[in-house]
Design a protein around this ligand. Structure first.
Ligand code: C2E
Ligand code: CA
Ligand code: CA
Length: 742
């Protein structure tokens, strides 16, 4: 998920970068397009302005010339040539003309200043002016100084009759400022040409004799040819063209002027445009650069914040704040990769510190925390990078370690526990750190939590050990637990459905060979398993308390049988019922017992209570009290399993029993052991001397029976006489007289 979103983020970033770049390119193209159009309009406007200024100036000069002409006409027939030339001289000074002159129809000349024109010039000006009414010449050379001049002329009339022409010589400088195209930063210039391309006037001295010829090598934009341009100009049209020559790219604007079919041509080199564009581009690129940098900075910031918050999140989600080690979440998360990294040759270990609570209680939480931190440090030192560990809960650590074989692994854990004990024990205290390891060797691909359960199971066993507390999970343990669970799940229904049954095992009187009583033993008729012996379920019921109800049920079954036999007229024998140690702590025990027995109206002396020796020792006073009350109510009490524990004599000393049942283990193997025989013999005679009846349990052979009889045992219970029998068979035995002697 994280990776996907990061990839998405990268894609988004690249996309954004592409969009920004595309934006820059597009913007640049747009800007240069606009710029080019702008420059073109500028060129056009500047050209138009120069052309109209030029037209206006020529017009003004013409008007000035014509107003002078009126005065000149008034002095006709110019008899006083000095007066006329003087007048012309004055007008020259007043009106910026370089020189003024009059040509009479006869070809005579009057000049403001002396200079000698050739006759061709004189006749040409006279003829053209008379023909067209006014005259504007192409470049002429001033004979006085050899400089280029423009000639402008007007007709002189006298009573509608032409009498000559007035002409003026104009210096080109007068027009040059108009050709400078100042509006374009003096980068452009204009020139005046004739329609055929011959230059009339340039801003500077014109170096070519024909513009079109000069342009013959040029390459025009937009596929325009020189010919088309030439034709457009011949037709008197406006034209704006771009072209490329050896000196670079330029724009040319052709504007027709008002006289002589002349054209004003404005030229602007494109580098000016480029320069302008560069400025703008630099500016916009700078702007985009700034935006991009801000964008990148923002991205960087976001990434940084993301990484930071990820770290924070990681720390709070995956790190144990106390020890700085991984926490359980982290372990769960990384477990599959780590396990794969160990090639499946791994073990999951849970370890905990024995009696950690005591450390907290005795030394305070601070010390407890210190111990945990030290444990984490020791683990960190001992765990390879491909392995893992975490603190899962208070003093529980989970480890995933490389596993080769049990022997070396056990050695590794032993070394670890030694180091833990050495490095983690709280100073100034005599309390030694003691740890227990539960190991599950990972042998099958089961879920992590099941592996943990298995390690836990092993840990429980390990904790029971005296030293080197380390246990490996065994599948039999699991099966046992599953079976136990099943038993717990079905016990209630079994009780309800009557799946528990009473078997009765007779007790034989050595003296008579007759049955003198029987012990009620529970059997569980389990689905698909048949009869199940109590050893498989009684310990579980003792753990979960169900035994309290089961014992009462068995008592009731026994009492019911006694009542039934009475009804059937069968002589009964007393029945012994086993009661768990749990009853001793239960105040309801005796009232409940009374209720059950009295419900069937069975005499109390027909019921014998069996209590095991170890239980009695654990609760001596309470046992004393209970036994006393049972006796008072007429029940007899037997001590079960005498000799199986180590407290027998002490118990005997303090409690009043009606009978003692010698445990079958106590009796086992006495046949070839005279020492054992003496002990048994001594015990029997001691018990008998207290006036207590002795019952031998687990008698399987004649030899045993003979020996027990010979040492004075009163009763015997065992397969040699009878196995525990189902009620109907026991009833049949009773009816037949109860003879048991084989
Ligand atoms: P226990 O009270 O010592 O009962 C005697 C056990 O020895 C019975 O086992 C019986 O079948 C067995 N036994 C009898 N004669 C021989 C023999 O010659 N050789 C051998 N090897 N065994 C013999 P069972 O019925 O399996 O009962 C086992 C234990 O379960 C009992 O030991 C008793 O402690 C407990 N138990 C049985 N029924 C009840 C019950 O209703 N309530 C309680 N609380 N415990 C019961
Ligand atoms: Ca018993
Ligand atoms: Ca017993």
């Amino acid at each position: 998920m994280k990776r996907i979103s990061f990839r998405l983020f990268i894609v988004f970033f690249l996309a954004a970068a592409v969009v920004i770049t595309a934006g820059v390119v597009l913007y640049w193209r747009q800007v240069s397009g606009i710029l080019e159009r702008d420059v073109k309009t500028h060129v056009a406007a500047a050209g138009e302005e120069a052309a109209s200024d030029f037209n206006r100036l020529i017009q003004t000069d013409q008007q000035v010339l014509e107003s002078i002409a009126i005065t000149v006409e008034d002095t006709y027939p110019w008899t006083d040539s000095a007066q006329l030339t003087g007048f012309l001289q004055r007008q020259t000074q007043h009106n910026y003309f370089k020189s003024l002159g009059v040509i009479t129809l006869d070809g005579d000349l009057f000049l403001s200043s002396p200079r000698s024109f050739n006759s061709v010039f004189v006749t040409d000006v006279l003829a053209r002016t008379l023909e067209e009414g006014r005259y504007l010449s192409v470049r002429q050379v001033d004979p006085s100084d050899g400089e280029d001049v423009l000639v402008q002329a007007a007709v002189l009339t006298h009573g509608k009759e032409p009498i000559g022409v007035l002409f003026a010589l104009q210096q080109p400088q007068r027009y040059r400022p108009l050709l400078a195209l100042s509006a374009l930063g003096n980068k452009g210039y204009s020139l005046v040409i004739q329609q055929d391309g011959v230059p009339v006037l340039g801003y500077q001295k014109v170096r070519f004799s024909n513009l079109f010829e000069a342009l013959s090598g040029a390459e025009f934009d937009d596929g325009i040819s020189l010919n088309t341009l030439r034709q457009a100009v011949a037709r008197g049209e406006h034209a704006l063209v771009g072209f490329r020559s050896e000196t670079g790219h330029r724009f040319l604007h052709f504007i027709p002027l008002a006289m002589n079919g002349w054209y004003m041509v404005s030229a602007l080199p494109t580098f000016y445009v480029a320069q302008q564009a560069q400025h703008l581009t630099a500016l916009s690129l700078g702007l985009f650069g700034a935006i991009f940098i801000i964008f990148c900075a923002l991205i960087f910031y976001i990434l940084h914040m993301r990484a930071y918050s990820n770290r924070q999140l990681y720390a709070s989600a995956f790190v144990d704040q106390l020890t700085g080690a991984d926490n359980f979440n982290r372990m769960c998360e990384q477990f599959p990769q780590k396990l794969a990294g160990l090639n499946g040759k791994a073990a999951l270990i849970i370890f905990d510190i024995n009696k950690f609570k005591v450390i907290n209680d005795l030394h305070g939480y601070e010390r407890g925390n210190q111990v945990l931190q030290r444990v984490a440090r020791v683990l960190r030192e001992n765990i390879a990078p491909e392995e893992a560990f975490c603190r899962s809960t208070a003093d529980n650590f989970v480890l995933l370690l490389k596993y080769d074989d049990r022997k070396s692994f056990r050695a590794r854990l032993k070394a670890l526990s030694t180091q833990l004990r050495r490095d983690c024990t709280v100073e100034d205290s005599c309390l030694m750190i003691d740890v227990a390891f539960g190991v599950y060797e990972i042998t099958e691909p089961i879920p992590f939590y099941i592996m943990l359960d298995r390690a836990h199971l092993a840990l429980e066993n390990a904790k029971k050990m005296a030293f080197d507390k380390c246990d490996f999970y065994d599948d039999a343990d699991r099966r046992r637990i599953v079976a136990e669970k099943q038993i717990e799940n079905t016990m209630e229904d079994a009780l309800k459905h009557g799946d528990f049954a009473v078997f009765l095992q007779p007790k034989c009187d050595f003296a008579t060979g007759h049955m003198r009583g029987a012990e009620a033993l529970v059997r569980w008729n389990r689905y698909r398993q048949g009869l199940v012996k109590p050893d498989d379920f009684i310990p579980i019921f003792e753990k979960n308390g169900f035994i309290l109800r089961l014992d009462m049920f068995i008592l009731e079954e026994a009492v019911r049988l006694l009542a039934a036999w009475k009804v059937k007229g069968i002589t009964p024998v007393p029945l012994a019922v086993n009661f768990s140690r749990l009853h001793l702590n239960d105040t309801r025990y005796i009232p409940q017992m009374l209720r059950v027995v009295d419900k069937y109206d069975v005499p109390h002396e027909m019921i014998e209570v069996e209590l095991t020796e170890s239980v009695i020792f654990n609760n001596l006073t309470r046992a004393q009290n209970v036994i006393h009350r049972l006796h008072k109510m007429g029940f007899s009490v037997a001590m079960d399993d005498f000799g199986s524990g180590y407290s027998s004599l002490n118990v005997l000393k303090n409690l009043q029993f009606d009978s003692i049942k010698l445990d079958k283990e106590f009796l086992s193997g006495f046949e070839k052991n005279s020492h054992a025989q003496k002990v048994i013999e001594g015990a029997v005679s001691m018990i008998k001397s207290l006036g207590i009846q002795v019952v031998a349990e687990g008698v399987e052979t004649r030899e045993q029976a003979d020996f027990l009889r010979s040492i004075g045992c009163d009763l015997a219970q065992g397969y040699f006489f009878s196995r525990p029998l189902p009620a109907p068979r026991f009833e049949a035995l009773l009816k037949s007289g109860g003879t048991l002697t084989q």
